[in-house]
Design a protein around this ligand. Structure first.
Ligand code: DGL
Length: 271
């Protein structure tokens, strides 16, 4: 039993896809979320800068004495997971491994689509994890750098003509490859799930990497004896590195509850 909070971070709103699932399956856990909204998007940055940001995000979350940290960001998981794990004496979870496991379980024809940020696709990390579990699977990967700014600007609703146009252009080769499973390799993309699902059609399974990671984290905390078994609902706090208004408004829509009273701005470069 461990009542300390779980830290969760992303470049912005995307990690809320993991946080929402963590809150759903472990309602008694305290969660501290950091969204680096002052420096989003991460996906077009170099490895050195990403490692620097990831260290600062982790140092900030460690000020809450968390029992574990969830990197709810495909970009950081694919480029800095090993660095953070080597430098921290608490469990650090990324999104790649659990997404590969879920994909191996779901695909029938072993043709898998993968979308993510430039940095994630460039890293090859998802392909390596898939190759270990599904040797010889055909992976069609596409970097989709315009999707994170669309989501951060609230352009993720079905019927949004800009979102629909961008998605159909990015996904055309993935659809043409005949995939039966599509990994949404960036945690922002599930906010576009309806638009992506409508384009790919009902026969393509979508793997939400934040959701899969949350389920993996629950199992790991159970195995390690780190779950909070105290009765009652956990507290959820949110921190951002830019002004709180836009984040609060979009997070409240996505999470289906008003979070504005729990969102605070911090100076991340101080960490
Ligand atoms: N949610 C982050 C990811 O999963 C977005 C990265 C970005 O800010 O470009 O990759």
């Amino acid at each position: 039993m461990d009542t300390r909070p779980i830290g969760v971070f992303d470049s912005g709103l995307g990690g809320l896809t993991a946080l929402r699932e963590l809150a759903r399956i472990m309602p008694e856990e305290d969660l501290v979320y950091f969204g680096d909204t002052g420096r989003v998007p991460y996906g077009s940055r170099s490895k050195d800068i990403l490692v620097k940001y990831a260290r600062q995000d982790t140092t900030f979350l460690r000020s809450f004495d968390p029992k574990a940290i969830v990197i709810a960001c495909g970009t950081v998981s694919t480029t800095a997971l090993d660095v953070l794990q080597a430098e921290n004496d608490i469990p650090i979870f990324g999104v790649v491994e659990s997404a590969a496991r879920a994909t191996a379980h779901v695909t029938h024809n072993r043709r898998v689509g993968l979308i993510g940020t430039n940095a994630s696709i460039r890293s090859g990390a998802y392909e390596r994890a898939l190759e270990a579990l599904l040797p010889g699977a055909a992976v069609t990967a596409r970097a989709c750098p315009l999707l994170v700014p669309l989501v951060e600007n609230g352009r993720f609703q079905p019927g949004d003509v800009v979102a629909e146009t961008v998605i159909s252009e990015y996904l055309a080769p993935v659809k043409a490859a005949g995939v039966d499973t599509l990994i949404l390799g960036c945690t922002h993309y599930p906010l576009l799930r309806e638009v992506i699902g409508a384009y790919m059609g009902p026969d393509v399974a979508l793997v939400d990497v934040g959701e899969q990671c949350a389920r993996w984290v629950k199992k790991q905390l159970e195995w390690k004896g780190l779950r909070n078994e105290r009765p009652g609902a956990g507290r959820h706090r949110y921190y951002v590195s830019d002004s709180t208004e836009d984040f609060s408004a979009l997070a409240s829509i996505f999470l289906g509850e008003d979070v504005s009273g729990e969102v605070e701005q911090i100076e991340i470069t101080a960490y």
